[in-house]
Design a protein around this ligand. Structure first.
Ligand SMILES: Cc1cc2nc3c(=O)[nH]c(=O)nc-3n(C[C@H](O)[C@H](O)[C@H](O)COP(=O)(O)O)c2cc1C
Length: 170
């Protein structure tokens, strides 16, 4: 699958098969994540792979939109490490978002399903994840990516809207 096809036809997966994704494939997703662009090339991220069903099942108890994690056999928590920042400007949420999008596209291109489950900047969700995973103070959970083999097909629809484009000025 070429890059444009993956970007245009990727859609979020809600339903997953119970089979675990092999480690080599998870490593490919992590490799995609770590090759994302980041401000000043700081790469201020950590990735926590969760494969433990009990831990995954805890998340929807404090996150109201995380039901997909009840089915996905694994997830990657994308975190920022504030201690890795060398620049004063807070670009880390955008850096971690770029890494997250790389995971979504790589997963889809490899025949997997995935879904971005937002955490930052909602305080209850950040605190819930910090407590659940024992995160140090400087580690901020930005989002959780549910990952697994898809058990549903999501229909393609083009979202291109020429009315949302301006040239040179508003
Ligand atoms: C910042 C962000 C936060 C999101 N949070 C959630 C979430 O908490 N739960 C969820 O099921 N989906 C979440 N999503 C997935 C969106 O609902 C989904 O991307 C959107 O409906 C567009 O559908 P698509 O991914 O199939 O193109 C989130 C997506 C983004 C970018």
């Amino acid at each position: 699958m070429d890059a444009m096809e993956a970007i245009l036809s990727r859609r979020s997966t809600r339903k997953y098969k119970p089979e675990a994704v092999p480690k080599e494939l998870m490593d490919e997703l992590l490799n995609a994540a770590m090759n994302a662009p980041s401000a000043g090339n700081e790469q201020p991220w950590y990735f926590i792979v969760i494969q433990n069903r009990k831990i995954l099942d805890e998340i929807p108890k404090f996150h109201p939109f995380a039901n997909c994690l009840k089915e996905s056999p694994q997830a990657i928590v994308v975190c920022a490490d504030l201690k890795l920042l060398k620049h004063p400007e807070p670009w880390w949420a955008q850096d971690c978002s770029a890494a997250t999008e790389n995971i979504l596209i790589a997963a889809y291109a490899k025949g997997l399903g995935a879904r971005w489950v937002g955490v930052y900047p909602i305080e209850d969700r950040i605190n819930g994840m910090k407590e659940l995973l024992g995160l140090p103070q400087e580690i901020i959970p930005v989002c959780i990516v549910a990952i697994g083999y898809p058990a549903e097909k999501t229909p393609f629809e083009s979202r291109y809207q020429s009315s949302r484009v301006r040239y040179n000025r508003w």
